[in-house]
Design a protein around this ligand. Structure first.
Ligand SMILES: Cc1cc2nc3c(=O)[nH]c(=O)nc-3n(C[C@H](O)[C@H](O)[C@H](O)COP(=O)(O)O)c2cc1C
Length: 431
């Protein structure tokens, strides 16, 4: 398919993922692999690559949609000679598998993206930070790195060239936060650093300027450099060019990974890719960008999936993890699942986060169990408001945003739990 040409070869269902084999070095080379790296080094030079990525309008696929060229430029402007590049494939968010797919199917594309980015920002060391549970992908990546190095791609024109290393992420959600990632590479626990002052572009790995980019962001780079900004912009929307790999999960007939142009509507993704809502049920709600962005009700299904449209609608594209809920979902239970997830994943370093996430879970569990009162709903609302923006990273805020958005759109379900003294959607056993 035309629109799947950049990153993936085809739509892949999650069930088929284990049998997908990586594209070999030879096959990748036949598709123009590593030509982007040659063009970057021989023709464009660092500023030319940065300008091409700027003209393409590539925005980060790791959650925030930050313009990739800007981050690179910040590091390029630093006086320090020693710089690092980190590729973030920690990926431990519920409903997200896209980086795993990229690592597995096309490791050379990612390696080429890392090499081009490192060349551009002047980094002579780069780390691939990969979820430790991706055991097969780690094996494939090790082999691809060996082949790429043997083929002479690590020279980058300088005497010493570049060193690429793999660092296994401990497989916790917070380890993917960029400063926690740096801590792990330096040999410490996955605990985010205080920002400011420790922005990675200034004080990153070992205190040196560092770019941290998501694996999908970097996988887009070879195409942009090789084919040009215009080719990249031929898909997607003006403010969000290119494609994104959406991980579609939840109550759809065909959950899976689907690479589609940014600007595709939620409805199209759910119906055309996902085969509609399972069992002929009706759509109730969607998290369009994973559990850390606000949920939207079914009435917003015509929203298009791009960074700015979703932001304007009060939600976000996040990691492109589209989680779908049918009319049969209890939204209080959905809120509990997310609140528990965040409570389990809190690294424990900030008391507002470790206590706040547990507190949100406890209020929700009380309501679900039928012991809640109207005042608990108000308390939940106030607690979400109170904890937002606290803690050293976005985890607690993400938890509060998710729960608060569910409450704001589905308050009637919370009230129904209070009135009914339990979950009205649970069928009571007949005695
Ligand atoms: C709790 C938490 C977990 C995160 N996990 C990931 C992750 O697994 N992968 C990722 O690329 N970014 C993750 N991020 C975002 C990173 O901090 C960072 O913004 C991203 O790697 C930047 O890449 P990009 O500019 O290419 O999007 C996480 C952020 C937070 C707050």
């Amino acid at each position: 398919m035309e629109e799947t040409r950049i990153l993936t070869e085809r739509d892949v269902s999650l069930e088929r993922l284990p049998s997908v084999q990586p594209l070999s070095y030879e096959a990748y080379s036949l598709k123009g692999g590593y030509l982007g790296l040659s063009k970057a080094m021989d023709t464009l030079g660092p500023s030319g690559v940065r300008d091409a990525v700027k003209a393409a309008g590539l925005r980060g696929r790791g959650g925030a949609g930050f313009p990739t060229w800007k981050k690179w430029d910040m590091v390029m402007q630093q006086g320090e000679k020693k710089r690092y590049l980190c590729c973030n494939a920690a990926e431990d968010e519920p409903g997200t598998f896209k980086d795993r797919y990229l690592l597995r199917t096309n490791p050379h594309q990612l390696i080429e993206g890392v090499l081009i980015a490192a060349f551009t920002v002047g980094a002579d060391e780069a780390y691939l930070f990969i979820n430790c549970r991706y055991t097969e992908e780690l094996v494939f990546m090790a082999e691809a790195l060996r082949v790429s190095k043997t083929a002479g791609h690590w020279g980058l024109g300088s005497a010493s060239g570049i060193v690429l290393k793999v660092c296994e992420s401990p497989g916790s959600y917070v380890a993917g936060e960029e400063t926690a990632l740096l801590e792990v590479i330096e040999g410490r626990e996955a605990k985010p650093r205080q920002k400011p002052p420790y922005y990675p572009t200034m004080h990153g790995l070992y205190g040196k300027p560092t770019v941290v980019n998501n694996a999908e962001s970097l996988s887009n780079v070879p195409f942009i450099v090789r084919e040009g900004a215009e080719a990249f912009q031929s898909l997607g929307s003006p403010s969000s060019p290119g494609t994104m790999i959406f991980t579609l999960t939840g109550d759809v007939n065909r959950p899976g990974l689907y690479e589609r142009p940014l600007g595709t509507s939620l409805r199209t993704l759910i119906s055309d890719c996902g085969g509609g809502i399972k069992d002929g049920l009706v759509l109730k709600a969607v998290f369009p960008g994973g559990p850390s962005v606000p949920v939207v009700p079914a009435s917003k299904a015509d929203l298009v999936l791009d960074f700015d449209t979703l932001k304007a609608a009060g939600t976000g594209l996040g990691t492109g993890a589209v989680i779908v809920m049918s009319e049969e979902s209890c939204m209080v239970q959905v809120a509990i699942q997310y609140a528990r997830f965040f409570a389990n994943e809190s690294c424990g370093q900030c008391p507002p986060c470790s206590l706040g996430t547990v507190h949100l879970s406890e209020i929700l569990e009380k309501i679900e169990a039928g012991d809640g009162r109207e005042s608990d709903i108000t308390h939940l609302e106030q607690s979400c408001e109170m904890v937002k923006g606290r803690g050293q990273c976005f985890l607690l805020t993400g938890a509060a945003i998710a729960v608060e958005s569910i409450l704001s759109h589905f308050r009637h379900e919370f009230e129904a739990h209070v009135t009914a003294g339990g979950c009205p959607l649970i069928v009571q056993p007949v005695h």
